[in-house]
Each structure stands twice: as C-alpha cells, then as structure tokens.
Design a protein around this ligand. Structure first.
Ligand code: COA
Length: 373
C-alpha cells in the first residue's frame, strides 16, 4: 500500500491588514451611531445600549492583534461593517478560487512539482463562495490539472479532514498526488457589528500537497497517522444556506452569519481535543515529549495554552506550539496549516510534530508527521 506524505505547503496572504486599534475604532463609531439611532428605545428600556469594544480585551481574551482581509475599506466603514467583494462575471475566475490558486502554486513550486503531475484537487474550507460548480473544479481548471476535484466543508477542521481524505486516496491507489486547498474568506461570515466576536477572524489561503512517498521530493513529511472526530454542537453555528431566500428575516440576519457561545466552546473543546491528541499519540506508541512541535488550530491563544498543558504536562513554549494569531487571527481551517508552513523549516529529519484542528460541528482532526530528507 503506498504511504502518503506531505510534499509541501503553500500560503497566500491578502495585502491588507487591520489592527485591533483600527477595528475597535470602527466598531465604536458604529456602536455610537446605533445608540443615537435607537436613543428612544434605549431611553424607554426596550433596548440595551451597545457597549464599546476594547483593544485590551481582544488581545487578552484571544491573543489576536491584527488580521488580514480581502476588503479593508468595507469592514472599517461604520456605515457598511462588511467586506465589499464585487461579484465577478462567470468568465472571470472567482475570488475564492483565485486565492486558492495562489496558495496551490506556492505549494507546487516548493515541491518542484508541475500541475500536470497532480491527480486531484480538494477545496476544503469552512465557506464556499457558491453551491456549484465546485470551487475545487475551478481551481483544477485554472491550474491545468487533469483528474478530479471536489469541495468539502468541515468548518475549522476542513484542512485536516482534507489531508486524511487525500491520504486515503493515496493509500487506495486512486491518486498519487492530491492538492488540498483551503481558501478562507472568514470576513464574509463574520458579523462586524457583534462586539463579542467582531475581532475573531481573518482571510487567507493555504494549500497542502499530499503525495505517495515514492513519488514525493526527497525532503517531505511522512504522515504517521491521521485521526478525525465529530460531535454535534449548536455552540458554533451559521444558518446561512440556500433555503434562506424564503426566510422572512432575510439573508443578512445575525443567525445567517457566524455565532457562537464562546465560553462553552472553550470549555467543551479543550478537553475533547487534549484527549484526542493524547489517545492518538498512544495509538502510535509515541510519548508527548517526542513531539518536537504542535501546530495547533489558531482560534484562541488561551485555548492553545490549555490544550498544550494537558498534552505536554506543561505550558508550551512558542517553539513547542507557535502561534500566528497575533498577525492572522482565526483563519478557520487554514490556521494550523499557516503555523506549520511558517514554523517548520528548523525541524530536522526524524523529528516529529502534530497538526491539529478543531472547531464547529464540533469537529477535530490530528495529523502526526515526521520530517524526512
Ligand atoms: N470588548 C470589550 N469587552 C468585551 C468584548 C469586546 N470586544 N467582548 C466581550 N466583552 C466583555 C463581555 O461583555 C464580558 O463582560 P461581563 O463580564 O461584564 O459580562 C467580558 O468581556 C467577558 O466576555 P466573555 O465572552 O466571557 O470573554 P471570554 O474570556 O470567554 O473570551 C472568546 C471570548 C470568544 C475570545 C473566548 O470565549 C473564546 O475564544 N472561545 C473559543 C472560541 C473559539 O474557539 N471558537 C471557534 C471559532 S471557529
């Protein structure tokens, strides 16, 4: 049976970044306007006034200092509070596919691979720009790849679920080279008028090239094992969907965007993920101390501190569990892949690490890797 490996990863970062200061200034301007517009209802006790957001809270509660976005102007305009991303004609590549192509090209270049060598494309992301044709098929077409392509959505765990799916294609002999592409336009599902979550997300695209070991470049990452888990929860939810056109609340209602019970998510997901990592390592006869690095999902720095403490028995150093939250914020499925992409060059042959995702569903995935070559 062919062994799957990661040949390379790719990253595309939007050119525009928004600092916490800029985001809070725009939220507070919007909240002040809202309070003026609703002054009578606030006065009569029918509505609660909007409280200001704060830079200090955001950094302390999440570790986030900035985020990259596709459209900075719309997000920061208190009269809009959403990205303005123009629809493109059908003849032009869509924005999500375009981001994915950038990340995919980066991965292919790093692997010394040409598009014609790839057999399949999986677009694994938490939101798809449209129902069909699949984003993955558009990416496949733009890259000039033969074979097959499809989309999959497992929220923040889309990338690890995509990696296991690709690895299974390799093991079964159905493909030799699979591109897993994760374009995440999280600003599109974020409610920038919700003080509890307006700071959480950013936009980015990553790609992971999963290949059969005998076909891969000499320097690669062996996949020692993958594990996936899901457990239903309403604590992270987005009700946007194709049936909403008949919804009297209409598209754009708060529940048609990202909503969460952040505290409950924190409490429930931390033990679930820590137990999953520990069990997966035991199954592979590995001690936690044998992990040179953990590239954890990037949702919240405090959450990652707690998970790493439970797994390692001590709080992880930046070298043991790097964070990219400060510059990228939460980029859903792409977060752990960005951390892996940016913080793995120093890992020597034979050293091991863990890529781990978790998020809505709930869903969680672990990928244990070993540097080769
Ligand atoms: N600015 C200032 N204060 C704020 C604020 C903001 N933007 N947002 C909330 N607050 C206030 C709250 O109103 C609350 O005030 P109170 O104590 O007077 O009631 C206080 O800060 C604490 O709020 P809380 O929501 O309990 O904060 P928290 O410490 O739980 O942090 C999250 C919030 C969302 C950062 C945190 O719960 C989290 O990261 N959860 C997991 C999220 C996650 O991983 N989601 C997955 C997404 S894919």
């Amino acid at each position: 049976m062919p062994s799957p490996v990661i040949s390379a990863t790719g990253l595309w970062t939007p050119p525009n970044s928004i600092s916490n200061e800029e985001l809070v200034e725009s939220y507070n301007a919007w909240a002040a306007m809202w309070n003026i517009e609703n002054a009578a209802e606030i006065q009569s006790g029918l509505l609660e006034p909007k409280q200001p957001s704060s830079v200090e809270f955001i950094e302390k509660a999440s570790g986030i200092k900035a985020r990259y976005v596709i459209d900075k102007g719309g997000v920061l305009d208190p009269g809009i509070m959403a990205p303005r991303i123009d629809e493109r004609p059908n003849e032009q590549i869509s924005i999500m596919a375009e981001m994915g192509v950038h990340a995919a090209r980066d991965a292919l270049k790093r692997a010394g691979r040409e598009a014609k060598d790839v057999d399949a494309v999986i677009c694994a992301a938490s939101n798809m720009q449209r129902a069909y044709p699949a984003m993955a098929i558009e990416i496949q077409d733009a890259l000039g790849i033969e074979g097959f392509a499809f989309d999959m959505n497992v929220a923040c765990s889309s990338a690890t679920f995509g990696i296991q799916t690709a690895a299974d294609f390799i093991r079964s002999g159905n493909a030799r080279s699979v591109l897993v592409v994760n374009p995440e336009i999280c600003s599109g599902h974020l409610n920038f008028t919700d003080r509890d979550s307006h700071f959480i997300f950013g936009d980015v695209a990553t790609a992971v090239l999963v290949e059969a070991e005998e076909f891969a470049p000499a320097r690669h990452w062996k996949i020692l094992g993958t594990k996936l888990k899901t457990q239903f929860s309403n604590n992270i939810r987005n009700n946007f969907g194709f049936l909403n056109r008949a919804d009297p609340d209409g598209i754009g209602a708060p529940d048609k965007l990202f909503v969460q019970e952040g505290r409950k998510v924190f409490k429930e997901v931390v033990p679930m993920v820590a137990e999953m990592i520990t069990a997966h390592l035991a199954e592979l006869s590995l001690q936690p101390a044998e992990l040179r690095r953990m590239w954890l999902h990037q949702a919240n720095a405090n959450m990652n501190r707690l998970i790493s403490s439970k797994v390692l028995g001590h709080e992880a150093s930046e070298a043991e569990s790097p964070t990219v939250l400060d510059t990228y914020a939460n980029t859903s499925s792409a977060g752990s892949i960005i951390a892996f992409h940016l913080h793995s060059d120093d890992i020597a042959a034979g050293q091991k690490g863990l890529i781990c995702s978790f998020g809505a569903g709930y869903s969680a995935g672990t990928v244990v890797v070993e540097r080769a070559g």
